[in-house]
Design a protein around this ligand. Structure first.
Ligand SMILES: [Zn+2]
Length: 407
């Protein structure tokens, strides 16, 4: 995801190829003329690039009757069967694994809960689920280019290593990349769940038309994926966007990361459920139980329970402070919030937006959309296939011909 320096002819061809493929992800099918209009490239340039993609087997032609001109025209679409990816979402409490085709469609998926915090359980499940997915790929004769994994951060993609997952000390330092490459012999990319989610929203979700987009993971931890002009902004060590570990209370409690008063200590579902337990132990409010969930709290708040309403409003307010900081730091067109906390419903989300409104510059707030993710498939899973497919797109000129089953 790192921006290449320099613009020699080969890099220029790669970036133009990437542009055409991204357009096809967004629009499904386009004529050569549509592509020329959308990119500003010349007709002969588009023909040359399309010819290259056709030769590689990554796109196919389809005849249709043009509504604009009333005659036969040729459109292009991605060849879903050309190359495949295995995608894995490694969350704190579950694993989901799937087989993605080049169009980003999920052909097969398998899900398991993670019962303990022990690393051995996680590695066994990784082996089992990826193994089952590769077996399915073999059964349908699908060539797999690599494995994409999303996990909570902070993490280092260069060696595919988890750096800190709060509350999961055994996972610290585990190289998912090394484990997968040694066990399955496939190139593996590990990426922060927020960075994967922002890609999924950009290519398939509410961020299709945005060049400046942020996705905020509001889950057991909190993080942000920052997409700007074609790239995910990672910083020099992939820590950019780790808003969960930025201070919102300078003298607040100590966090596992070493900092104090971190945003996720006040706005994650872990924080909310921890406080819910304290409320239960102290006051036993009616309708509550020992094992609370975000859904249950949302239902109680909606039904008028003051304890639940206050708890969700407070958590929303804290997250809103984090979002106001994002608005000023990155000035996005849109922030999409997703994952477990979004189940807290309207009471929580109104508190999020109110806090941003109170704290951001009024004109900046007025021109920034803040939405809850509408994707039906969780973006931190949906985007894992894209991690690998993006690698195909970025290196398209140096990769030999793909599985050309277009005929
Ligand atoms: Zn922290």
């Amino acid at each position: 995801m790192r921006r290449k320096k320099g613009n020699n002819v080969i890099n220029l061809q790669d970036s133009n190829l990437r542009l055409l493929l991204e357009l096809l992800y967004a629009k499904s099918c386009m004529t050569r003329q549509d592509m020329a209009e959308a990119t500003g490239l010349s007709a002969s340039g588009i023909s040359k690039l399309v010819g290259f993609l056709l030769d590689k087997g990554l796109v196919v032609e389809e005849a249709f009757i043009s509504r604009r001109k009333g005659r036969r025209a040729i459109s292009l679409r991605l060849n879903g069967d050309s190359v495949y990816a295995v995608g894995v979402r490694l969350a704190r409490n579950y694993l989901t694994c799937g087989l993605f085709n080049f169009s980003g469609e999920i052909l097969y998926s398998i899900h398991r809960e993670i019962e303990t915090k022990q690393l051995t359980e996680t590695t066994q499940l990784l082996s089992e689920l990826i193994g089952a997915t590769l077996k399915e790929a073999e059964r349908i004769n699908a060539p797999v280019y690599g494995i994409g994994v999303s996990a909570p951060g902070p993490l280092f993609p260069y060696d595919g290593r988890l750096v800190l997952i709060t509350d999961y000390p055994e996972w610290q330092g585990f190289s998912v990349k090394k484990f997968c490459e040694e066990n399955f012999g496939l190139r593996t990319i590990l990426e922060h769940d927020a960075n994967v989610s922002v890609l999924a929203e950009k290519w398939f979700g509410g961020g299709k038309d945005c060049d400046q987009l942020i996705y905020v993971v509001a889950d057991r931890g909190v993080g942000a994926g920052v997409y700007t002009n074609g790239y995910v902004h990672t910083g020099s060590q992939n820590i950019a966007g780790e808003i969960g570990h930025t201070t919102i209370k300078y003298d607040g409690e100590k966090c596992e990361c070493g900092n104090r008063g971190c945003l996720e200590l006040y706005s994650s579902s872990t924080a909310v459920l921890k406080e819910a337990r304290q409320i239960w132990e102290a006051e036993r409010p009616s309708g509550w139980s020992e094992q609370m969930t975000i859904d249950k709290l949302a239902q109680l708040a909606q039904a008028g329970c003051e304890h639940a309403r206050q708890l969700l409003t407070k958590a929303g307010n804290f997250l809103g402070i984090g979002l106001a900081n994002l608005l000023t730091t990155y000035n996005p067109e849109k922030i999409i919030v997703g994952d477990e906390m979004t189940r807290a419903g309207d009471i929580w989300f109104s508190a999020v937006k109110n806090a941003v409104k109170e704290r951001a510059l009024p004109e900046v707030y007025a021109n920034t959309k803040i939405e809850v993710s509408q994707l039906e498939i969780e973006p931190a899973f949906l985007g894992t296939g894209l991690l690998v497919l993006r690698l195909v797109v970025e290196n398209v000129s140096s990769i030999s011909t793909f599985n050309n089953v277009s005929s």
